[in-house]
Write a protein that binds this ligand. Structure first.
Ligand code: HAM
Length: 414
């Protein structure tokens, strides 16, 4: 029996890879315009990095990590997200030594053992960006606006931006207490997971999709009403900056994130088009993470988008590349001639395809059609001898006579 891929691990086939490249190139363009530089970090890290940053009581660390012991008896984990590894590298290489403000972006596969469904996979891909070293809410506004402009750049009006603030270690404990007091009387209405979360991670009950939990927590106290002075001012300033430049957003006080490192601003780009996988991108501020990982007390903020989800939103648009010209040949001699011509045209940047195997003219023309070539030309004995041939524009069948010389042919495509 043929071997298949692991469940939840996908192949990106050629018909789809054009869409992925479109997304990746737009991200590079927008991020680099904003002064971000790419960082590439390993896909596997010491397990401790993720338990210390994402948090022991999160679903990711509790249930979803691909963790195993390697041959040297070390516990290692395939990265479930990008921020922890990027911050580990930031600290390890002292990227802050000259300037604590670093603007970094990354792209690549992440791994979570979740139940696969549309938009949710076990190997998935993120494109993320992080700014370190800025306490000012300007950094929040810059990151959010860059994310929104990325979606504009690729031509999507969905998803939309939702923001919230989760406060800081000064004000969150009081909110936690208020939430616990509220939940205590409703415990029997909560699902089993949420009853467990009540003791481990009560904020996550606000995020539960089970209908009875949504109902039971409907009147829960709002985190925004418990922010301390500093966090309240920060959140108001973020909104002020966003409004000053017309970046659209809504406030969602029930947004809690599945990772523990967040402080103050959190956000998601949300869509109604992907069923329950509504977050296309997400992120937030993590002012305590770098010091928690053994680095200096430098703040940070960033986001990551799920490339599979962005690709789904782009739908059926065709991003595959088509050849400019298909050269059909009548015999072995012409094939050798066409092969030389092809190399010269490739050198001039013209995308050329030809028949490699001496197939019938009919089947060569079928292939030209299938590949979506813009022009085709038939090179037989006459054409090779006269040095001229008719180039057929495939969309309307119009024929143009052109010398069989690379420079002349290339002019068709300028
Ligand atoms: P996250 O919310 O866990 O945040 O993931 C970010 C995005 O990755 C999600 O919004 C979603 O689009 C995509 N994603 C997550 N899990 C899956 C999955 N199983 N299948 C497909 N797509 C998925 C983080 O990972 C943070 N590191 C974001 C961040 C960066 N915060 C600050 N900086």
């Amino acid at each position: 029996m043929a071997i298949t891929a692991i469940k939840g691990f996908n192949d990106i086939l050629p018909e789809e890879s054009g869409r992925w490249q479109h997304i990746e190139q737009a991200a590079r363009r927008v991020f680099e315009l904003n002064g971000f530089a790419e960082i590439r970090v390993p896909v596997m890290e010491k397990t401790e990095l993720f338990s210390r940053s994402i948090g022991d009581a999160t679903d990711i660390v509790e249930k979803e990590m691909y963790t195993f012991t390697d041959k040297g008896d070390n516990s290692v984990t395939l990265r479930p997200e990008g921020t922890a590894g990027v911050m580990r590298a930031f600290i390890e290489h002292k990227l802050y030594a000259q300037d604590p403000v670093a603007k970094l972006y990354y792209m690549g596969p992440m791994f979570r053992y979740e139940r696969p469904q549309k938009g949710r996979y076990r190997q998935f891909h993120q494109i993320g960006a992080e700014i370190t070293g800025v306490h000012d809410p300007l950094a929040d506004a810059q990151v959010l606006t860059m994310l929104v402009s990325f979606f504009r750049e690729i031509g999507l009006t969905e998803p939309v931006l939702q923001i919230n603030s989760l406060g800081c270690p000064d004000c969150r404990p009081a909110y936690r207490e208020a939430l616990l007091a509220f939940l205590e009387g409703r415990l029997e209405h909560l699902c089993e997971d949420c009853r467990r979360r009540f003791t481990t991670n009560p904020l996550r009950t606000l995020d539960c999709k089970v209908p009875r939990c949504v109902e039971a927590t409907a009147g829960a106290p709002s985190v925004l009403e418990h922010l301390c002075g500093g966090c309240g001012e920060h959140f108001a300033a973020v909104q002020g900056y966003l409004e000053s430049i017309g970046t659209p957003y809504t406030i969602n006080p029930r947004m809690v994130r599945g990772l523990d490192y967040y402080t103050r601003t959190t956000f998601e780009m949300v869509t109604g088009l992907l069923g329950s996988q509504s977050a296309v991108a997400a992120g937030g501020r993590y002012d305590g993470l770098i010091s928690q990982l053994g680095g200096p007390a430098i703040p940070g903020i960033g986001f990551a988008m799920g490339v599979e989800r962005v690709a789904l939103l782009l739908g059926e648009q065709d991003f595959s590349s088509r050849p400019d010209l298909f050269i059909a040949t009548m015999g072995a001699g012409e094939r050798a001639f066409a092969f030389r011509l092809m190399q010269e045209l490739l050198g001039l940047g013209v995308r050329v395809e030809l028949d490699y195997e001496g197939k019938s003219l009919k089947s060569q023309m079928r292939r030209a059609d299938k590949l979506g070539a813009r022009y085709s030309v038939v090179v037989g004995g006459n054409e090779a001898a006269s040095g001229r041939a008719f180039f057929k524009r495939m969309e309307d069948g119009i024929q143009i006579e052109v010398p069989l010389a690379a420079d002349d042919i290339a002019k068709l495509f300028l």
